[in-house]
Design a binder for this molecule. Sequence first.
Ligand SMILES: Cc1ncc(COP(=O)(O)O)c(C=O)c1O
Length: 440
Amino acid sequence: MRSSAMRDLMAITARPEVISLAGGLPDTSTFPPQTFAAQMTRIAQESAAEALQYGPTEGFRETVDCIVEVMGAEGMLPDPDDVIVTTGGQQAIDLLCKTLLDPGDAVICEAPTYPGAIPVFCSYQAETIQIECDAEGMRIAELEDTLERLAVEGRRPKFIYSVPTFQNPAGVTMSLERRRRLVEIARARELLIVEDNPYGLLRFGGEALPPLYQLDGGDFVLYIGTFSKILSPGIRLGWAVAPPPVMEKVVLGKQASDLCTSTLTQYFVREYFAEGRWREYIASLGEIYRSRRDAMIEALNRYFPPQASWTEPEGGLFIWATLPPYIDTSDLLARALREDVAFVPGQAAYVDGRGRNSMRLNFSAGDEDEIREGIRRIGKAIEAQVELYGALTGKREQGSHHPGMPEREAEDMPGSGGAHDPADSAEGGDVLPFKKAEGA
Ligand SMILES: Cc1ncc(COP(=O)(O)O)c(C=O)c1O
């Protein structure tokens, strides 16, 4: 088992003077306290005994109805009997792993991947294989090569774990073309995909894309969702959607883990959805996060060195920044903490030590001023590293910012139906962490 880097960091960043760009915290201060008070009061007055009681392992049907409504907002139509309410999306990952994995099994995921999934794969002794991401998400050609290589060894991955929309940590979104290909591959090879989608509804730019679950219809795609980012992580409510043979085992796994998900918070969600304003609240979050993302990008342009690059997400909570290769962001973090600012070093998103010169930056938790100040402080720590490198090597790097996305991979070149101008693509284009384009 290994520690989740993010959890460790959260302990350090609890100090009030620290500006943390490390967490994945939604801004819960945006939730109206009067609404919370009114709903909890109603629960206390009308259903205290039930709300304080154990509930069914699968969750209450009323909670599942809310989940079906949320998934419907992204075009999905799950069978309510295929849904289990879990203690956050994190437990859904854990339960699917508990159900599906035997020691030594291969799991495929993105590089970088959600740092909180890695300790789960490790604890079930899976072999985690990471496929590079670029601006359009997981590189499907590399995935196919890997599947072939495994097949030659007589192996198949138990599942492919993907966060296709506003990925944690990279902020990138898998293109429609790649989504279709991924689902086709899963169907052709009878492979399971676990789609983890906490951020799909937190879009504040661009066009919505269909979730993998919708493209596949739920035959080969198991789905994980959560109320954490669209309502509150404190209520610890998430869910998994899986066909009956998988779900039967997931329910057994959950019985062994925690008997049932919090009854009290399921009652809260029921009350909240009955009010019918949940979409408005998400829309308001989108407005707030858009302006914070813009503030972060502006500050990155101002305070990060010219050799740095970063993603510009159209939703979600994270930007992924890549620094010159001689900067190790774990060392940088120690320096940054002395400046009272924190971020997640990129290495936390890889199983094999890659990602050393990258970092995950969160733009949802603090306001614009905090974000600007946080980036300024990190920029100062980077500057010290750059100067040290210059002094030691005599090399002074030149350049200007290139805050664009990494290039697409060659598989989406003309003829493969990609939506971009082929002139934008480069054979063997940059991956995450991606390099600045030559001369830019
Ligand atoms: C991709 C992904 N999956 C799962 C989770 C866990 O969320 P929850 O709070 O629902 O357990 C997170 C939280 O940041 C996440 O980013």
